[in-house]
Design a protein around this ligand. Structure first.
Ligand code: NCD
Length: 309
């Protein structure tokens, strides 16, 4: 697959070879990161971050990645309130206009497909930093990169997807990446917010096994990867609807006793209460380490998108 000059809108655009080449690059970037030295590979390039939805990690992570590669950043963290959207500018025009001032755009929006609309107008690559309940490709990449680093492989793994598999854009992106490696998916979701049927079919069509369980305590013993996610409160029609599902699955010290000794626990964060703080000190907990991996992965992606190989 080609990275240079491309929009990154869905995890579906990655193939196995592209993924592995990105992970190798991220590995090299991790060395730059750990040395604490700035590279000049993106000297003169400008990243624009357009966030129409709240973010802590993703925006900072992209900005940190760009700055560490010698590039610059222009940023709007509150597009809904402070951009020309309030004057009825279209997403298409916003993409067009910002692309005249930046070399790459990273955008997040609460509506599925909105980032694609920005990319239609843009003359520079647009990276999807989350669009509604659709996808969050770079978080999916970080998760899979973390698994690759920790387990040393991606094939022959049982990956648990635990939590809100309907509205969680991260599990959707994880599925589209992991399907290339014939992993076995073990889905643990409350009734009503299960993995969408089309996604299950897509995984099965790719030759993956997909199993379902209701009880996390029982299912966890089979998982090589324990992929936790929060219930996506902002996607429900109201508080009472959300409360039906909140707190359905909690990974605490007791539940963790049933897990494999070499399991890897991932979570895109933010967590609400689905992982107890006592789990943080367990060597299997990789979710804070993932944040660091995310900077390296995004450094690799920005380089591949902006520099012709
Ligand atoms: C995720 C997101 O925004 O989808 N967060 C992130 O980018 N790390 C996960 C979430 O909000 O649950």
């Amino acid at each position: 697959m080609k990275f240079y000059g491309q929009h990154i809108l869905t995890s579906g655009q990655f193939d196995k070879e592209g993924l592995l080449s990105l992970f190798e690059e991220a590995h090299a970037m991790q060395k730059i990161l750990e040395k604490g030295k700035k590279s000049s590979v993106l000297d003169g390039k400008v990243l624009a971050t357009l966030f129409f939805e709240p973010s802590t990690r993703t925006r900072f992570s992209f900005e940190s990645a760009m700055l560490r590669l010698g590039g610059s950043v222009i940023s709007n963290a509150d597009m809904m309130q402070t951009s020309s959207l309030t004057k009825m500018e279209t997403l298409y025009d916003t993409g067009k206009v910002v692309s005249k001032m930046a070399d790459v755009i990273v955008a997040r929006h609460s509506t599925g497909g909105a980032v694609s609309e920005i990319s239609r107008g843009s003359e520079v690559p647009v990276i999807n930093a989350g669009d509604g309940a659709f996808e969050h490709p770079t978080q999916g990449l970080i998760d899979v990169y973390t698994i690759w680093k920790e387990k040393g492989r991606l094939a022959d793994l049982t990956v648990g997807l635990v939590g809100d598999l309907k509205f969680g854009r991260v599990p959707h992106s994880q599925c589209k990446l992991l399907k290339h490696f014939k992993v076995k998916f073990l889905c643990v979701a409350p009734k009503g917010i299960e993995l969408p049927e089309e996604m299950v079919l897509e995984l099965k069509d790719s030759g993956c096994e997909v199993e379902f369980a209701e009880n996390l305590e029982q299912a966890i013993s089979e998982m090589d990867v324990i992929g936790m996610t929060r219930v996506q409160k902002e996607r429900f029609s109201g508080e009472s609807e959300y409360k039906k599902y909140a707190g359905s699955y909690v990974l605490d010290g007791e539940v963790l006793k049933k897990a494999k000794k070499d399991a890897v626990i991932i979570h895109p964060l933010p967590r609400v209460n689905e992982i107890s703080v006592e789990v943080d000190s367990d060597p299997r907990a990789k979710y804070f380490g993932q944040v660091r991996n995310g900077v390296a992965l995004r450094m690799a992606l920005l380089k591949k998108v902006l520099v012709e190989e």
